[in-house]
Ligand binder design. Structure first.
Ligand code: PLP
Length: 347
């Protein structure tokens, strides 16, 4: 018997969305990737960096992308940390704030990876459910846990919590409020100003969705300098490789390209949501690059399977709260037209 820690032995491990070996054979709408390529400036920057300089370590402080982010978001650079995917930040936030046996919380349904990360750390996990009106159920006047993760926009449902509510929540959380804004670039409002106004608020962002860089593994967090300093202490010192650093800086610099892609996805999302409603689906108004939709018979698995047979991949969750529908990533207009056609065919 190898001497594994008990919580590692007992945990199941996270199962990411299906990545088929023959991805080109599918319309792939299951992991919220961007259907458009990264900015041409990003590809140029990576090609220029991919040379003999790779024998040297990257800049441990990731200064180039950090300074671009500081300019773009209007924060001093010591309020920002760059990461190898925002998943790295979620992990390091738990390591920094929740010791073994201490409690963290998140909203269910949202991103269940928080629970996996807490299990690795040996932290306890509490979940807060949602009411029919998509409000937090049973949230205490004062929450004493070490961290509360709020996915906003929510995944997999796509709605946003009202701004006034998030602000109120920041005051009700004794520990840290981590606002996971993985999808916020597709929404109408964000919570960055709360970072300035509350010392316990952290906002995380990712380049995986709105910047078309899931394959580069890039994220960032914005928080008070004391929080950023702690996150810098515990991260891998060379967490971003040279290609990732140059890609991140170039992506942030090319805001015209970024805005173009986001606008197309938002327009396609509205068109697709209306089409779904016309064929009798219930669709939660989405502020993200996906929609959560339920067929009239509330049998998500049947539709998932029907689409799968037609080489269209969407995300189905067996969780009883989610089994009545599925999460569909917004692809190109053409991909979504084919998806509507397939859905008509299945019904
Ligand atoms: C995609 C996603 C992440 C992870 O982002 P990476 O930067 O790819 O690690 C984090 N939180 C939520 C809610 C996500 O959907």
């Amino acid at each position: 018997m190898i001497p594994l820690r008990r919580n590692i032995k007992e945990m199941a491990g996270y199962v990411p969305g299906y990545q088929p070996a023959d991805a080109a054979a599918y319309i792939k709408l299951n992991t919220n990737e961007n259907p458009y390529p990264p900015s041409p400036r990003v590809l140029e920057a990576i090609m220029a960096e991919a040379g003999e300089g790779l024998r040297r370590y990257p800049d441990a402080a990731s200064r180039a992308p950090l300074e671009e982010a500081a300019r773009l978001y209007g924060f001093p650079s010591d309020w920002i940390v760059m990461a190898n995917g925002s998943d790295e930040l979620l992990n390091n936030l738990i390591r920094a704030f929740a010791a073994e046996g201490e409690e963290i919380a998140y909203v269910h349904p949202s991103y269940s990876y928080y629970a996996t990360l807490a299990e690795i750390q040996g932290a306890r996990v509490r979940t807060f459910g949602l009411t029919e009106q998509l409000e937090l159920a049973d949230f205490p006047a004062r929450y004493e846990g070490k961290l509360l993760f709020l996915t906003n926009p929510n995944a997999p449902l796509g709605f946003c919590f009202p701004r006034e509510f998030i602000e109120e929540l920041a005051g009700r959380v004794a520990g840290m409020l981590v606002i996971d804004e993985a999808y916020v670039d597709f929404a109408d409002e964000h919570s960055l100003d709360l970072v300035r106004r509350f010392d316990n608020v952290v906002v995380t962002r990712t380049f995986s969705k709105s910047y078309s860089l899931a394959g580069m593994r890039l994220g960032l967090a914005i928080a008070r300098p004391e929080v950023i300093a702690a996150l810098n202490k515990i991260r891998d010192h060379y967490n971003l490789d040279r290609l990732a650093q140059t890609a991140a800086a170039a992506a942030l610099r090319d805001q015209d390209y970024f805005r173009g892609c986001v606008e197309k996805i938002r327009a396609t999302r509205e068109w697709f949501s209306n089409e779904l409603r016309q064929i009798g689906y219930t669709v939660i108004p989405s502020r993200a690059n996906f929609v959560f939709a339920s067929p009239p018979d509330r049998n998500g698995e049947r539709i998932y399977q029907g689409l799968f047979d037609r080489k269209i991949l969407v995300r189905y969750f067996t969780d009883p709260l989610l089994a009545h529908g599925m999460r569909i990533t917004i692809g190109t207009r053409e991909e979504m037209e084919k998806t509507v056609e397939a859905l008509r065919d299945i019904c």
